[in-house]
Design a protein around this ligand. Structure first.
Ligand code: UDP
Length: 240
């Protein structure tokens, strides 16, 4: 336990992280692997909250671009995150890891409502908590929901797990000379318009001094190594 620099973490998983090689939906082999990897951290005593996205199923902005009412489309997106949360819970339970799903939109037949104090209690007694349905509000993203929940549960850091190995000065998929930052300030991220999280999420972390670690979920033990303080990915912090 003492090897870890952070003890309570909020992990943001995008919906795309669940779809594996496919281009839509949930790959059970991927959720199984994620559950095993996260359980290994949990078994070492870390308290873990997860916010899962829904982009592997539906994004409100795409619905709106196709002519749908934006708020209505966003509610569909939030429901997509609940599906992902239930799939992850299923994977955790199959590796015998106790896991709660708490939804910002009430649907008591399938999961608990999000109640902050109850979420804290679950974490303290060792359950993994998956926060579903984003913030419960349209016009937000699950990145912002992750920043919000991280602050609410008093997490030590927010981990944004992506398919890229941190934050670069330009898109590493397009530019060979893109340079990765080990550490960068919130201000710089916002100023340069770096596409790491949306600006609302970054600003919320900045206002509350919530460190963000951006890393590649597919890297070997990346989350564990980052939580031990190794320079994995990029850390976004306040530079005083
Ligand atoms: N969403 C929302 N409010 C929230 C969180 C999410 O309206 O607080 C909707 C929004 O339409 C979004 C969709 O849910 O596009 C899925 O979330 P997101 O795009 O953040 O998923 P990710 O990109 O992380 O898979």
């Amino acid at each position: 336990m003492s090897d870890y620099q952070y003890q309570r973490v909020l992990l943001k998983l995008s919906g795309e992280a669940l779809m594996g090689e496919g281009d839509y939906g949930i790959d059970p082999a991927v959720t199984d692997r994620l559950a095993r990897d996260i359980k290994a951290l949990h078994d070492e005593g870390l308290q873990i909250g997860i916010v899962v996205g829904g982009g592997n199923i539906f994004r409100g902005i795409a619905g709106a671009a196709g002519g749908m009412d934006r708020a209505q489309a966003d509610y569909i997106g939030m429901l997509a995150t609940v599906m992902n949360a239930l799939a992850l819970q299923d994977a955790f339970e199959r590796v015998e890891c106790s896991c709660r799903v708490m939804s910002a939109i009430q649907m008591n037949e399938v999961c608990e409502p999000y109640i902050r104090r109850r979420a804290m209690h679950h974490l303290e007694k060792g359950d993994i908590v998956i926060f579903a349905a984003g913030s419960g509000n349209p016009y937000f993203t699950t990145d912002t929901a992750a920043a919000l929940r991280a602050c609410e549960i008093d997490a030590d850091c927010l981990i944004k797990a992506t398919k890229v190995n941190g934050i670069y000065d330009k898109d590493p998929a397009k530019f060979d000379d893109a340079v990765r930052f080990d550490r960068i300030s919130y201000h710089e991220v916002l100023l340069r318009g770096l596409q790491v999280m949306d600006s609302t999420a970054t600003a919320l972390c900045q206002d509350n001094r919530m460190p963000i670690i951006v890393l590649n979920i597919e890297g070997e033990n990346h989350i564990k190594r980052a939580l031990m303080g190794e320079a994995i990915g990029t850390v976004v912090v306040q530079e005083d």
